[in-house]
Ligand binder design. Sequence first.
Ligand code: NDP
Length: 322
Amino acid sequence: MVHGIRLHAVGGPDRLTWEQIEVGAPGPGEVRIRQRAAGLNYIDVYHRTGLYPLANLPAVIGMEGAGDVVAVGEGVTSFTVGDRVAYGTELGGYAEERLIKADRLVKLPDGISYETAAAAMLAGMTARYLLRETYKVGPGTVLLFHAAAGGVGLIACQWAKALGATLIGTVSTDEKAEIARAHGAHHVIVTSREDFVQRVREITDGEGCHVVYDGIGKDTFPRSLDCLRRKGLWVSFGNASGPVPPFELTQLKGSLFAARPSLMAYTATHAELDENAQDLFQMVLSGAIKISVNQTFALKDTAEAHRALEARKTTGSTVLTI
Ligand code: NDP
């Protein structure tokens, strides 16, 4: 028996309970991992509250982790016992040990620690596909990134800088603004005292951005659309403040584009997952991207970590230690 955090019914952080869990032997195509660190991400909140309904409850939630392979199931040829591995798209992460499909795993390069992987797999692969695939950000791109001091945000600031783009970030406090700037944001708007639409207009000389990345949702809709130039792309990729309400397509003003992407869909095949992860590892190993683990909580205290994330008290990545 090992321990993990189980969700029995949707609700507040107090619904996350530390329990003994049975893991079992890996089935065909699966491996068993002894986890060394797990990640905390906003999607965990959506699973906990029921915004993203789970197929079955009770469930061990959490989508991200890193550790060592301790057993392999029938037909698994790409991993062996002792391999250092990580993942960011598979439910079941809040546990000391877990089973996982081998095709959802990647091997960890020597220079990447378990903690860095648990902090970066989900947020880093997300920043990567948003900036390199959903919109091909490059030199000359002007982009707005909401929650720029968050987990995805701090990685996006650095990645956008490495691509030669101009990133305008939004944050809620001056402390977060400092952190976003230190990670490469060119301009930072403090939403508690500045109107982000007006500031974007000023910063871009009235032009607006090529692309807006919005993980905040309800509170920033539809004003994010007002930050775009003609034919610009609005990327709605999350709901930290609640979901975007249904809207009329005419709100796209005759030339805007809208996208609602997800990491799971962008890394649905192992080849896509591997390409994305290798690109992320390369950026980290080269020093272009530093993964900021600004909070750690013991896995048994995951409820506290949820409270901090929802109260907007965290910056960068949060790791659950095991
Ligand atoms: P963050 O670390 O960015 O935390 C969320 C941040 O959102 C807060 O720190 C806060 O920053 C901001 N925020 C604004 N309004 C609210 C509110 N009402 N309640 C809480 N937070 C608020 O989280 P993640 O990096 O884990 O995720 C960022 C976003 O990206 C989330 O929406 C998440 O769902 C989404 N996401 C989507 C993926 C996809 O593939 N579609 C994959 C990964 C993440 P501030 O105080 O500065 O405003």
